[in-house]
Design a protein around this ligand. Structure first.
Ligand SMILES: [Mn+2]
Length: 312
């Protein structure tokens, strides 16, 4: 990758020691079945981020000042299982360092390792899965680490709440808990869907955001676009509420599949990422610039004593 710091931010805000946020790029696209190219997602995302203005009007904040450390990309690609394990190890390492960990993909199977790490570190984890697809197959094309299986493990081991779903296989209906699924065709007719989702979330929430949850009219550059997706402002309103009302412990943005005919998709992903950070650290902004206690809040609900496992 050519980028040295996230969004071209000054080096003083990009150092691991002082950054509250870690961004892990995972340029992996080993099992996608239709349009290939999600492995180019992280680089396109970073390039778009460099061209983004860093003052957020809505929150009146400059969240990059929290510090964003751009981790080395995870390039393990020997097998889907090895990739998932590498992601799991890396994510867990940074969670233990008390960072707010975020991942940019890459195909959705990467999230298996990310979610496993968060679930090991937080009690009663809720996974808020925003996606066009259910991704609940136990196994697909011979692997449990296929993108079509991205949320199966989460469905068994966490409180999984799914939002924006509009494409799935009949077999997935047997795994799916429809009490915790918000189908796109129902959301458009239900003005209270956001309240209902939030009611189902526990205190600790990891958000896995497949960019194909968006309507293809605003984000066409993804591997498997589906009509009838979420719009920009409703997505932001929803996310802001989740960040304000719950302890979001981390998130990932998956399935950006850059297409030179649709470069705006890269900017949508970049802006969404920055918005989510802005919402996460909004509370901190309210405390004023002199209060640097945020790291204290970040580790609040971790299972282990963070000093104990701090190995560096
Ligand atoms: Mn999807």
């Amino acid at each position: 990758m050519t980028t040295k710091t996230y969004a071209g931010i000054p080096e003083e805000h990009s150092k691991l020691g002082t950054a509250n946020i870690v961004l892990i790029p995972v340029p992996y696209d080993g099992t996608s079945t239709w349009q290939k190219g999600a492995d180019k997602g992280p680089e396109a995302f970073l390039e778009a981020s460099e061209n983004m203005e860093l003052y957020d009007i809505e929150t009146d904040s400059e969240v990059y000042k929290q510090g964003v450390f751009l981790a080395d990309p995870i390039t393990e690609g020997e097998s889907p299982e090895a990739m998932v394990e590498a992601v799991h190890d890396t994510v867990k390492t940074y969670i233990k360092r008390n960072k707010f960990v975020t991942v940019i993909g890459g195909e959705h199977s990467i999230s298996i390792g990310t979610i496993r790490a968060f679930n090991e570190c937080y009690d009663n984890l809720t996974v808020l899965h925003i996606d066009a697809h259910a991704d609940l197959r136990e196994e697909y094309l011979g692997s449990r680490c296929n993108h079509a299986c991205a949320l199966y493990e989460a469905s068994q081991k966490t409180n999984l709440v799914q939002v924006g779903i509009r494409s799935m296989d009949k077999a997935e209906t047997y795994v799916m808990n429809t009490d915790k699924v918000f189908f796109a065709h129902e959301m458009v007719e239900d003005e209270f869907w956001m309240d209902k989702v939030i009611d189902l979330l526990g205190e600790n929430v990891f958000i896995t955001f497949d960019l194909d949850a968006f309507d293809p009219s605003i984000l066409p550059a993804t591997g498997t676009p589906e009509p009838g997706g979420m719009q920009w402002y409703e997505t932001l309103e929803f996310l802001r509420r989740v960040f304000e009302e719950k302890n979001v412990v981390g998130f990932d943005l998956m399935e950006l599949c850059p297409n030179q005919n649709h470069p705006s998709s890269n900017f949508v992903a970049a802006k969404l990422y920055y918005k989510m950070l802005s919402y996460k650290f909004l509370e901190e902004e309210d405390y004023g610039e002199d209060d640097h206690n945020y790291t204290h809040h970040l580790g609040d609900n971790l299972k282990f004593n963070k000093d104990e496992d701090y190995d560096n």
